[in-house]
Design a protein around this ligand. Structure first.
Ligand code: NCD
Ligand code: ZN
Length: 354
C-alpha cells in the first residue's frame, strides 16, 4: 500500500513580491493570494511609488482587485512600501508610519528592473534613514553595487563591504532586510553581525535561489526565464542559502521575488530580469526543503519568522501540500500578455491543495 505525504502548515506570507499594476494586476495577485496571507508589495512601478499618497493609491487599486478574486483569496493583505530616492523627505517617514506603510526599499540606481530613480548616493538619505530608525520602519535593500566594471557575480559580496556595513555603522538603530540574498558571503554577514550594537538584520531568500545555480541559465542554450537579479550564483552559494533557510536562525525568511514580465520581453535580445514563481511558490520552497530532508523547518521559514520580524501576528489559517507531482503550465495569459512561469512545462514533486 502506498500513502501520500501531506504537509499542513500555518499559511505563509511573501515578504518580497512584485504585483505590477494596471490590467495585469488582478491576474498577478490571484496567484499569490491563493497561497499567501500577506505580501510585501515592491514599489518599483513606472513611475515608482515614492510617496505615501502614491502608495495609498496603489494599495486602493490592489484592494479593489482583491474584491474580484475568489472568496478564499479575499482575506489577502497587501503590505505597502515606499521607494527610497535621493529626494525622499524625512517628513514623509512619520506619514508613512501612520499610513501603515511597512518599509522603505533601497534600489541602488540602475541595479535592476525599474531602478533608474533609485538612490545615487546614500549620504543624501542620512536624515531619512535616521527618521526610519526612529519610527521603526525597516530598510529593504537590493544589495548589489552597480558600477559597470564590477563583475556581475561579485556585486552582492562587494555591496556588503562597500555599502551595507558602512550604512549600518552610520545608522546603528536602523533595521535592515537584505533582500533576495544569493551568496554565502551574504549568509555569513547576516548570521554573524552583532545585533547588540547594530540594528537587527534579516534576509529574504527566493525559491529559485534555493533550487538552482547559475548553470540553469545556460543549460544547453540561453534560458531567459532563469535570469533574475541578483543573478543565480555557483552551487556552493546555493548550498549556503539552503543551509541558512533550513536552519534554526530567525534571520532568514521567505520572499519569492516573483517578478512577471511578458514572454516577448524575456525572450528578447536584451531580456528583462525577473522570474515568475507565484503560481507554484509554496511548492517550489517545499521541493527545496524536501531535497535536504528539512520539511519540518518550512513552517518557521515561510510562516513565522517574517511576521515576527515585522511585529505582525502570525496567520491563523492553515494550508496543505501533498507530495503528488504536477506539471507547471507552459504559459499564463494575463490580459493581452503571455507570461512564462519558472520551469515551465516541467514537473514539481509537490502540489498545493489549499
Ligand atoms: C525585479 C522586477 O522585475 O521587478 N526583477 C528581478 O530580477 N528580481 C526587480 C528586483 O527585485 O530586482
Ligand atoms: Zn524584487
Amino acid at each position: 500500500m502506498t500513502s501520500t505525504t501531506k504537509l499542513t502548515i500555518t499559511q505563509p506570507d511573501d515578504w518580497h513580491l512584485h504585483l505590477r499594476d494596471g490590467v495585469v494586476l488582478k491576474d498577478v495577485l490571484g496567484h499569490t493570494s491563493r497561497q499567501f496571507g500577506r505580501a510585501i508589495v515592491m514599489p518599483n512601478l513606472r513611475p515608482p511609488i515614492t510617496t505615501v499618497e502614491l502608495a495609498l493609491q496603489y494599495q486602493a487599486r490592489i484592494l479593489q482587485a482583491i474584491k474580484e478574486l475568489p472568496e478564499n483569496s479575499q482575506s489577502f493583505v497587501p503590505l505597502m512600501t515606499l521607494y527610497l530616492t535621493d529626494n525622499t523627505k524625512a517628513s514623509e517617514i512619520a506619514k508613512a508610519k501612520e499610513a501603515g506603510i511597512v518599509a522603505l526599499k533601497l534600489y541602488p540606481a540602475g541595479a535592476t528592473t525599474n531602478s533608474d530613480a533609485g538612490v545615487t548616493n546614500l549620504a543624501k538619505c542620512d536624515e531619512v534613514l535616521d527618521a526610519m530608525a526612529q519610527h521603526n520602519l525597516p530598510l529593504l535593500v537590493h544589495g548589489e553595487v552597480t558600477s559597470a566594471e564590477i563583475d556581475l557575480f561579485d556585486r552582492e559580496a562587494i555591496f556588503i563591504e562597500e555599502v551595507l556595513h558602512p550604512l549600518r555603522m552610520r545608522h546603528p538603530q536602523l533595521r535592515v532586510v537584505f533582500e533576495h540574498i544569493t551568496t554565502s558571503q551574504a549568509v555569513d554577514y547576516v548570521n554573524t553581525t552583532d545585533t547588540a550594537n547594530l540594528g537587527e538584520i534579516a534576509a529574504t531568500i527566493t525559491a529559485h535561489h534555493l533550487l538552482y545555480n547559475r548553470n540553469a541559465i545556460f543549460l544547453g542554450g540561453i534560458r531567459p526565464h532563469f535570469y533574475c537579479l541578483p543573478v543565480l550564483k555557483r552551487e556552493q552559494h546555493r548550498l549556503a542559502l539552503l543551509n541558512a533557510a533550513t536552519s534554526d536562525s530567525k534571520r532568514f525568511f521567505l520572499g519569492t521575488d516573483s517578478a512577471p514580465h511578458s514572454k516577448h520581453l524575456k525572450e528578447n535580445e536584451c531580456g528583462c530580469a525577473g522570474c515568475f514563481t507565484a503560481p507554484q511558490a509554496v511548492e517550489f520552497y517545499a521541493q527545496a526543503f524536501d531535497s535536504v530532508g528539512k520539511l519540518q523547518q518550512l513552517e518557521a521559514f515561510a510562516s513565522f519568522r517574517g511576521p515576527d520580524f515585522y511585529g505582525l501576528p502570525r496567520n491563523t489559517k492553515q494550508i496543505t501540500l501533498e507530495k503528488t507531482s504536477q506539471t507547471i503550465p507552459s504559459t499564463y495569459q494575463f490580459g493581452e500578455e503571455e507570461i512564462v512561469p519558472l520551469n515551465a512545462g516541467k514537473s514539481l514533486d509537490w502540489t498545493f491543495l489549499g
